[in-house]
Design a protein around this ligand. Structure first.
Ligand code: NIG
Ligand code: FE
Length: 436
């Protein structure tokens, strides 16, 4: 390896105690979530950022040599005693914001309710005020730190929503920040337009008018500038109704965007059924989703994105993950990182809650944070599993098995993070000098 270039084009990881492929190009539903493709003494080879070979170490070696890949172009890592798996995907965050709401958190601990705080002009609207007042550089600087934190936990792709502007200028600014961050930071960013996150004060009492403004002015502008891949809406009692959500999301779909919903989060309003009706890529939260809503989502192939950090922080009941899996749904997990209901980038906390409170098994957790999370962003053919042809986004854990993810409670067990074949977080995994 002495004469190897600083950044070889190829990467070979050998001798993983467990190499977890999660193989597939669409979401794993129901019992499929438990099938994660564990290869003992596994290896993976990536060329120019794309996965080429996956399998037993001896087989991958054979393929690498048969194809004539040169040692001087290849960095070789020895993952003996470690688990290798696809990079985590966080498919639901509100990462671009200014200001904090620590006072609200303390008030909620003392008994105040989230929706009451919002109705009184605080909550999301407090963050809207601070975000409108923040310039682009400030938003970029503060969000970069949050991206670094997510990356340290193994997140290689993240969805980021707007929704703290609620006017033309600031919504576009938030999405411009996402685009700027995509160029500055290795984490892959998927932007979502969430102009219907709350009713801004200047539209008080005129929520239908605000939805019309979004449909006629703001959404077309976002679409024309290509700033968002998805449109989302907070479909909730006292926020936006099912009818308003339907109207907005239909318009977004007509403009070529995918659709998602904050559905049945605080009250059972019927967001899950609406997601199924609209063939949304995902419905998120679902703490109060009805049995019918869950079945409709399973039938329509809508990914259920669960956010247990939010339920934990709000002291709400957890989503019924087991009922969803039994009904044949694909379940994904996300942090929901935002300054109000869930101020946390912590994947270890998310995993702990998923295991203990959502009752997901360790393999289900892996599927939920990789392939299913990718599917919740329409990216299951590009990322989320270790299959030839996909982007080489991979994690090497400190421990030999994926079971340590929930078992080592609340601790970051990610050693090395690889994005598109490049090491973006270097850990203790040794470089191997073997080349046979
Ligand atoms: O997903 N429910 C709406 N949106 C966020 C919270 C945003 C906030 O409180 O700032 C959520 O929980
Ligand atoms: Fe959210």
């Amino acid at each position: 390896m002495q004469n190897a270039p600083l950044f070889p084009r190829n990467l070979l990881i050998l001798h993983a105690a467990e190499l977890i492929t999660v193989s597939g190009s669409h979401a794993k539903r129901g019992p499929e979530m438990a099938e994660i493709g564990i290869i003992e003494d596994g290896a993976v080879f990536a060329a120019n950022g794309t996965i080429r070979f996956v399998g037993k170490t001896t087989d991958v070696w054979d393929q690498v040599r048969t194809e004539g890949f040169a040692p001087e172009d290849t960095l070789v890592l020895d993952a003996t005693g470690r688990c290798v798996l696809p990079g985590f995907v966080d498919p639901h965050t509100h990462l671009v914001f200014a200001g904090y709401r620590a006072d609200e958190f303390a008030a909620r601990l003392a008994g105040a309710k989230y929706l009451d705080i919002l109705a009184a002009g605080g909550g999301i609207l407090a963050t809207v005020k601070a975000t409108r007042a923040a310039d682009q550089q400030t938003l970029i600087r503060e969000t970069l730190q949050r991206l670094d934190t997510l990356l340290s936990f193994g997140v290689t792709t993240v969805e980021i929503k707007s929704g703290y502007g609620l006017d033309m200028e600031t919504e576009l600014r938030q999405l411009d920040v996402c685009a700027a961050l995509s160029r500055k930071h290795p984490v892959r960013i998927v932007p979502t337009f969430l102009g219907a996150h709350a009713l801004p004060p200047e539209w008080r009492g005129r929520s239908d008018g605000y939805i019309d403004f979004l449909c006629e002015k703001l959404l077309p502008e976002v679409a024309a500038r290509g700033l968002a891949r998805f449109c989302d809406v907070f479909c909730e009692t006292g926020v936006f109704s099912v009818e308003q959500s339907r109207k907005l999301l239909r318009r977004a779909a007509a403009l070529g965007m995918g659709v998602k919903l904050h559905a049945d989060e605080m009250t059972p309003l019927g967001g899950a059924a609406l997601a199924a009706e609209l063939r949304a890529v995902s419905a998120d939260h679902l703490l109060h989703a009805s049995d019918e809503g869950i079945l409709a989502m399973a039938d329509a192939g809508v990914v259920a994105v669960l956010l247990p950090i939010t339920a934990f922080g709000l002291r709400e009941p957890y989503a019924r993950a087991r009922a969803m899996i039994d009904a044949g749904c694909a379940v994904a997990l996300a942090t929901d990182c935002n300054p109000g209901s869930a101020f946390s980038e912590s994947i270890p906390l998310l995993i702990a809650l998923a295991a203990v409170h959502l009752e997901l098994t360790p393999p289900e957790i892996v599927s939920a944070l990789t392939l299913n999370a990718a599917a919740a962003l329409g990216l299951a053919e590009e990322i989320g599993s270790l299959d030839p042809g996909k982007q080489a986004d991979m994690l090497i854990l400190q421990h030999p098995s994926h079971v340590f993810l929930p078992y080592h409670l609340g601790v970051n067990t990610v050693d090395t993070v690889i994005h598109s074949g490049r090491i973006v977080r270097k850990g203790q995994t040794p470089v191997s000098s073997t080349w046979i």
